[in-house]
Design a protein around this ligand. Structure first.
Ligand code: NAI
Ligand code: HPV
Length: 527
């Protein structure tokens, strides 16, 4: 008999399937602390959660029987995926069931913030008949900027078009063809900031998206812009938003999610009359809760019964023979993927992976999955080696594998090329006996870099003084350079500089770096 622990108020109708199964018993609990979960979890084969329960490494360590954690929803940021993978616990989610619910909440928030509905309601029930304060704005003919054009963002765009809005979308995976089909113009984050009357975000929270809307973006915005966040707290810098409201740039905001949930009693949003707040209700409709609970229950049953399943967001075991040969390269492959993914801009059309030398005769499929995971993990939540290839395919990204017997210089060489509509970049790496992982080529430049920590990749003209200017700017902002490499093909031509730094370079300093004479591009990476 399998025991399933159901947390966080998952819909009863949805888990009927589990209740009806002869080989399953279900325990429903809510609001347990980590300690309380640690005390009981050893009995369970499966656990189902929403966003409230944090499924930590400690909980998994106390759960020797646990085979699967089911997330009845999209975001898996409350589950320690790495720990689950290490312990062979499958993590599944229900990515489709709450799209419409969250899209509709976003729309409700947009209309509420355009017409000050909550504020007007409050005054009216308090006995005041105030018809002067709450003069709103129409959505028709306004520009809506959408950051993140996945499932929810695309549905918001469709509805906005029907309301007569002009939509500008930003998403590294949004190709021109798909944008055209949706009737959405493509724009950068800053273009959206400068042009939009309403801005809504629908990305996961990643290193890239954290504070993607912050003070520099608010400074670009039109006076009277309205901001909506029904995705994840932290995508928009909360304090910068409050400042932008105080300075009169932002006319109103509507938030469903917060950097810390629940927000503390003194959180600046909670007593700001221009900010509408809801307690993470995006997925809270009867329909969405039934959908996600049914989806997850079906998958949990499959996994418990060793039947095929979909929607795994972490990794299944790799056969031992393949593992032995490929394991040393997994980390290098993923880092090369992260490197090229973080340094290439625009919608990816093709990934070319070339294996030379030792790697040419092995079945490298699992390694390719690590590389593709590295590339996609920058933009997508929950990418793993199970779903990486599928996600690439579903987003129209072609993955091409090339093999050649030997590399001229290295006994093994792994090269990854990313092609977008306008750009093509390559990074290559190797495992050097005694030295470990090295990046040995970036575009046309030979380099020798250990792919670890914080990196700055700077393209510049090969002119005297540039290295000094970069060093001085970083030093005066307390960013210590650990290592520096420069690469060029010809004297006085274009060149690159790769720095490793002891801490991340603040966004403002990156902005100042780009302004330095003869510097053409800066990317910050963390590997
Ligand atoms: N408030 C709530 O209760 C709910 C919140 N959510 C959250 O909404 C978000 C979106 O969910 P879905 O649309 O289902 O996910 P999705 O995976 O379909 O879409 C996310 C999109 O964000 C894009 N993206 C990633 N990095 C980006 C970047 N740096 N800039 C611009 N775009 C970027 C991806 O390419 C992808 O298209 C997730 O964070 C999810 O957790 C989802 C459901 C309910
Ligand atoms: O699905 C998601 O990502 C959500 O944020 C929904 O969270 P919830 O299941 O309502 O706690």
């Amino acid at each position: 008999m399998y025991k399933v622990l159901v947390m966080d108020g998952i819909s009863d109708l949805g888990i009927q399937l589990l209740n009806d199964a002869a080989d399953v018993t279900v325990d429903k609990k809510a609001g347990l602390s980590e300690d309380e979960l640690v005390a009981i979890i050893a009995d369970y084969d499966a656990m189902m959660v929403r966003s409230q329960t944090k499924v930590t490494e400690r909980i998994m360590a106390a759960a020797p029987k646990l085979k699967v954690v089911g997330r009845a929803g999209v975001g898996v940021d409350n589950i320690n995926l790495e720990a689950a993978t290490q312990r062979g616990i499958v993590v599944i989610n229900a990515p489709d069931g709450n799209t419409i619910a969250t899209c509709e909440l976003t729309f409700a928030m947009m209309m509420a913030v355009a017409r000050s509905i909550p504020q007007a309601y409050k005054k009216t029930v308090e006995g005041e008949w105030d018809r002067k304060t709450f003069v709103g704005v129409e959505l028709r003919n306004k520009v809506l900027g959408i950051l993140g054009m996945g499932r929810i963002g695309s549905e918001v765009a469709r509805r906005a078009k029907v309301f007569g809005m002009e939509v500008i979308g930003y998403d590294p995976f949004l190709t021109e063809e798909r944008a055209e089909k949706l009737g959405v113009k493509l724009g950068t984050v800053n273009e959206i900031a400068a042009q939009a009357d309403f801005i809504t975000v629908h990305t996961p929270l990643t290193n890239e998206t954290r504070h993607i809307i912050a003070r520099p973006q608010f400074e670009l915005m039109r006076k009277g812009v309205r901001i909506i966040n029904c995705a994840r707290g932290g995508i928009i810098d909360e304090l910068a938003l409050v400042e932008a409201i105080e300075s009169g740039i932002v006319a109103g905001a509507a938030f469903d999610v917060y950097e810390q949930e629940p927000p503390q009693a003194n959180h600046p949003f909670l007593n700001n009359p221009k900010i509408i707040v809801t307690p993470h209700l995006g997925a809270s409709t009867v329909e969405a809760q039934e959908n996600v609970a049914i989806d997850v229950s079906e998958e949990v049953l499959h996994i418990l019964r060793d039947e095929p399943f979909k929607n795994a967001v972490n990794m299944p075991p790799v056969p031992a023979t393949v593992l032995n040969q490929l394991q040393p390269y997994f980390s290098l492959g993923e880092k090369l993927g992260q490197f090229i993914g973080q340094t290439t801009e625009g919608a990816v059309k093709e990934i070319v992976v070339s294996y030379a030398g030792d790697l040419a005769d092995v079945d490298t499929t699992p390694l390719t999955r690590y590389i593709v995971r590295g590339i996609l993990s920058n933009q997508l939540e929950g990418v793993n080696i199970v779903n990486a290839m599928h996600l690439a395919k579903s987003r129209g990204v072609n993955v091409v594998i090339q093999k050649s017997a030997a590399s001229k210089t290295f006994t093994n060489l792994l090269s990854v090329t990313l092609k977008t509509k306008n750009e093509e970049h390559i990074v290559a790496g190797t495992l050097l006996s005694g030295y470990g992982e090295r990046i040995v080529q970036i575009d046309q430049y030979p380099v020798d870099i250990a792919p670890n920590g914080n990196l700055l990749l700077i393209s510049h003209n090969d002119k005297p003084g540039i290295i000094g200017r970069v060093g001085t700017l970083l030093g005066s902002n307390d960013v210590n350079i650990a290592t520096m490499q420069v690469g060029r093909k010809v004297i006085g031509g274009s060149a690159i500089m790769v720095l490793t730094t002891d801490k991340q370079t603040p966004k403002e300093v990156l902005g100042q770096l780009v302004q330095l004479p003869d510097l053409t591009h800066v990317s910050e990476l963390s590997l």
